[in-house]
Design a protein around this ligand. Structure first.
Ligand code: AMP
Length: 181
């Protein structure tokens, strides 16, 4: 199973990606988590990207694409993956297509999580991650609307829409229904 999850920060993609990864026994690949690990470990990449993360800006695509190419090429991703937080722009979506072609694979499905911005702001303030201050959250939402929404047109025809409002189990049920699983 090769899935991409799209949607704004705070839509619950990470939680649902974790559940899907466990169900299909494939890795959950979150570029945000990969970057946060690099930042925490103060690797050269971590030092290079930490200001982007703290400001809610997108990390330059060359860095992001290289990270994803390496991760999707790893042995445990051979059977599939759940991508969460990537791609975030049409440039990245083109890069993903190239990576997959190189691996001789294709995406099975794109899920778009829909939720209201104000609910996202409330949810993320409650979560309290380092980049979860109100101004950074609102900035991340703006970046999402400006750069990531163009992906919906890019993937039109492959996308299933999931209402992301509600309890984790209810959203999980909708996700599985949308996959016919
Ligand atoms: P997330 O955990 O998906 O909300 O990502 C947290 C932060 O990591 C984002 O605000 C960006 O700074 C960075 N990031 C994650 N994924 C990407 C991506 N695909 N492209 C660029 N930056 C990203």
């Amino acid at each position: 199973m090769r899935l991409v999850l799209l949607g704004p920060p705070g839509a619950g993609k990470g939680t649902q990606a974790g559940l899907l990864a466990a169900k299909f026994d494939v890795p959950h690949v979150s570029t945000g988590d990969l970057f946060r690990t690099h930042v925490a470990e103060e690797t050269p990449l971590g030092l290079e990207v930490r200001e982007y993360l703290s400001g809610g800006e997108l990390v330059p695509s060359e860095l992001t694409v290289a990270l994803v190419a390496e991760r999707l090429g790893a042995a445990d991703a051979a059977r599939g993956f759940v991508l969460d937080g990537f791609p975030r722009s049409v440039v990245q979506a083109d890069a993903l297509a190239t990576i997959l072609t190189g691996l001789g694979k294709r995406l099975d499905r794109v899920l778009e999580f829909r939720i209201d911005d104000e609910i996202v702001v409330r949810r993320l303030l409650a979560r309290g991650r380092a980049d979860d201050t109100e101004s950074v959250i609102r900035h991340r939402l703006r970046v999402h609307h400006e750069q990531t929404e163009s992906l919906l047109a890019y993937y039109a025809g492959h996308t299933a829409v999931v209402d992301a409002l509600g309890e984790v189990e209810d959203v999980a049920r909708r996700v599985l229904d949308s996959l016919g699983a």
